[in-house]
Design a protein around this ligand. Structure first.
Ligand code: ADP
Ligand code: MG
Length: 291
């Protein structure tokens, strides 16, 4: 006796790994009969549940893969507290077009002004599209690559770091790197630049101080900046730590961290893809100095 198609439908969905559609088949078939649905309406409805579940799962996996130290969302960013950040620019970055265009985002500024918050929140936007983001700090990255070099698997590790749609390198310049570590950080920046893969980078150091970031090697620093800034949006945040400001608002003692003249300044620079790299670097530097 041949198997009826009704039974084949369920078995087929299961066999094809369409778990959600399989689970909802009977109920959806009843709904379709009661609602007098067309055949294509029925099929579309059944597949929609499956696709939605796959999308949800893909976002969940992307968020796990990203290894964010904590979650931050753009919706929770208080633009009123940081009025000099151009919200439209952040909204544009949130479309994640910078990823597909291989553009970098560089967030500069003193501690507590929201650099990591914005970096994670933008990374999360990439994850929401089911694409891969990966979060690391500069020192973590350097240590990981030093270990990989020792274990003769630098090439593979480098490939892993180039693959995600966006690599977030947080806290560049917070902890000093030795020569080997600096050269490994440079290699990551150079590899991703060659493959036109986006980087979101945060730093508390002005570009003029980047020789110090690269173990005192001004040539390597300038080569890294050239690549980083060739296609980049630079957001230079000035001001006081958000937490300190919140504490001040709560009425506790005022602690001055930055000169008053700096408090409200911020610069956003949109790098031009066709501009020469060194000119882009020089202009971004100049704008930062002028800010
Ligand atoms: P940074 O990386 O610049 O040192 P963080 O992003 O770690 O600063 O910010 C410190 C804390 O203050 C975080 O909890 C962050 O969410 C919060 N924060 C900073 N700026 C803002 C802001 N404009 N709106 C909301 N929260 C902010
Ligand atoms: Mg930070």
């Amino acid at each position: 006796m041949s198997i009826p198609f009704e039974a084949k439908a369920a078995a087929g969905l299961e066999h094809l790994g369409l778990k959600v559609a399989h689970q909802h088949l009977d109920q959806t078939a009843q709904q379709a009969a009661a609602g007098d649905w067309s055949y294509t309406h029925f099929l579309g409805y059944l597949l929609d549940g499956e696709l939605e579940e796959r999308r949800r799962r893909s976002i969940e996996l992307s968020l796990q893969f990203a290894r964010f130290p904590y979650q931050k969302r753009l919706e929770d960013f208080d633009y009123a507290a940081q009025p000099s950040i151009d919200r439209r620019l952040i909204d544009e970055l949130a479309t994640t077009r910078f990823c597909s265009e291989g553009r970098n985002v560089v967030l500069l500024g003193p501690p507590g002004v929201g650099k990591t918050h914005l970096a994670i929140a933008l990374g999360a936007c990439v994850c929401q599209l089911g694409q891969r983001a990966y979060f690391t700090t500069a020192i973590e990255l350097a240590r990981r690559l030093t270990k990989a070099t020792r274990e003769h698997r630098l090439h593979r590790e480098m490939k892993n770091l180039v693959r995600p749609s966006v690599l977030i390198i947080d806290e560049v310049g917070y902890l000093s790197l030795d020569t080997t570590q600096a050269s490994l950080l440079f290699q990551v920046i150079a590899e991703r630049y060659e493959k036109q893969q986006a980087i979101i980078l945060t730093s508390n150091k002005a570009f003029s101080e980047w020789a110090g970031v690269f173990a005192g090697d001004a040539v390597m620093a300038s080569a890294a900046l050239d690549r980083l800034l060739h296609r980049a949006t630079v957001i230079n945040i000035r001001g006081e730590s958000y937490r300190l400001k919140a504490r001040q608002r709560a009425g506790s003692e005022r602690i001055e961290l930055t000169p008053a003249s700096d408090a409200d300044g911020a610069t956003q620079t949109q790098g031009q893809p066709k501009r020469s790299r060194s000119r882009a670097a020089a202009q971004a530097e100049q704008e930062e100095v002028n800010a």
